[in-house]
Design a protein around this ligand. Structure first.
Ligand code: FAS
Ligand code: PHB
Length: 396
């Protein structure tokens, strides 16, 4: 088998890259180790930045997103028993977030790829990368009981944090930056009408909680828990009890309960590898970086990476220019590190740290009060949360 770009992973990064390359007339094969059903059912991120929405719509993959996505112009911060509204659109010239599940984006991109008849290979196992430091790389994998070899010009490692691509780069060539947080998120998807119009981020003595949603019928909720939490110790009744305690303030507002459709634990870590490229291998999305989900940046960073990579590959094939490919990692990392900082800041601001001293607790409260009271501080949160335009990170 031969193609121009081998894409490993059919998550948001791999699928959107394949979609953008297709529109640029560049051949690619997407190789995924799980089944289509598994990939489409995986519940993860829920918040799309303005630039992510604009790119999906402009590239022809945003029709259902435009119909079903919930556009939000603000969020609430809840602390000290009060909710404080943060205006997202006023300070950012009308930019906003759209609540639309990651699994919906994945479904839309899979449907688009299959409708195009473009190669998308599910249930490929034993994926291995070859020759990434030469000019004739390849990918081997098992599928349908046979071993296959895919010869290509470039490989895009879009296989997430636990994929094989990052490991194909010699450790000596990579610098790893990481921070593990002393807590995790217990997340549930509930068949319950969202009881509020916008997201609520709660800083509470019992721990952080987040109220989000997926549709007028589905509520998405998270609560801070131990990093090694045992989910079997969290029956639905205990989860709802904790969510009521952390999200309700006695002002009469009540969370709606409903059947829990899915529950899981998400670990909290910051992680970046530099550089995000090695020879003919380019890493994108979670394969290269992880953020704690407090800032709702994970999937949006993956989108920004593959937009940069698609433009660089189009310049290579269309204009015989390799300057954008050479600058891929540096270009992506400017946005990555801004998102890493913002995600760390939101996480530090809103969570209870087990070793938190009374002094640090007062600093945390002072920062929350400042963000709620200062238009300048709130505007800074707003522009980071809706996401800075792609162009903000493209200059030197
Ligand atoms: P992904 O991990 O989504 O996709 C990688 C793909 O590669 C997967 O389909 C995987 O099956 C495949 N793959 C892996 N190894 C392979 C191999 N060897 N061969 C072939 N294919 C292989 N972000 C937020 O913004 N908000 C959230 O609330 C949020 N919640 C999350 C919850 C969980 C449990 C996790 C793990 C992540 C969450 N994230 C969240 C972050 C998440 O949304 C990621 O940022 C996003 O999925 C990144 O997309 P990709 O880079 O495409 O990686
Ligand atoms: C979600 O709806 O899944 C969500 C929203 C905001 C976050 C993280 C997750 O910061």
């Amino acid at each position: 088998m031969r193609t121009q770009v081998a894409i490993i992973g059919a998550g948001p990064a791999g699928l959107l890259l394949g979609h953008l390359l297709r529109r640029a007339g560049i051949d690619a094969v997407v190789i995924e180790d799980r089944s289509r059903q598994h990939v489409e059912a995986r519940i993860r991120a829920g918040v799309l930045e303005q630039s992510t929405v604009d790119l999906l719509v402009a590239s022809g993959a945003g029709e259902r997103l435009q119909r079903q996505g919930l556009r939000h112009h603000g969020i609430d911060l809840l602390f000290g028993g009060r909710r404080h509204h943060i205006d997202l659109s006023g300070p950012t010239g009308g930019r906003a977030i759209t609540v639309y599940g990651q699994h919906e984006v994945v479904r839309d991109l899979i449907a688009a790829r299959l409708a195009d008849g473009a190669p998308l290979l599910f249930e490929a196992s034993g994926v291995a990368l070859h020759g990434i430091d030469g000019n004739a790389p390849g990918v081997t994998f098992e599928r349908g009981g046979r071993r296959h070899t895919l010869h290509c010009d470039f490989i895009a490692g879009c296989d997430g944090f636990r994929g094989v691509s990052r490991g194909a780069i010699p450790a000596s060539a990579l610098q790893v930056f990481e921070r593990t947080y002393p807590f995790a998120w217990l997340g549930i998807l509930a068949e319950a009408a969202p009881a509020a119009q916008e997201l609520i981020y709660a800083s509470h003595a019992r721990g952080f909680a987040l109220f989000s949603m997926r549709s007028p019928q589905i509520t998405r909720l998270y609560l801070q828990c131990r990093p090694d939490e045992d989910l079997t110790l969290w029956p639905d009744t205990r989860i709802w009890q904790e969510l009521h305690a952390r999200l309700e303030t006695g002002d009469g507002w009540r969370l709606n309960e409903g059947p829990v459709l899915q529950k899981g634990i998400t670990p909290m870590r910051s992680h970046v590898v530099e550089p995000m490229q090695y020879g003919r291998l380019f890493l994108a999305g979670d394969a290269a970086h992880i953020v704690p989900p407090t800032g709702a940046k994970g999937m949006n960073l993956a989108v920004a990476d593959v937009r940069t990579l698609a433009r660089a590959l189009a310049a290579h094939y269309g204009e015989c220019r390799d300057d954008l490919l050479a600058a891929y990692s540096a270009t992506c990392l400017r946005r990555v590190w801004r998102a890493e900082y913002f995600s760390w800041w939101m996480t530090s601001l809103l969570h209870r740290f087990p070793d938190q001293t009374p002094f640090m607790a007062r600093l945390q409260r002072a920062e929350l009060e400042y963000v709620a009271a200062s238009p300048a501080a709130a505007a800074s949160l707003a522009e980071n949360y809706v996401g800075l335009p792609f162009a903000a990170f493209e200059g030197e």
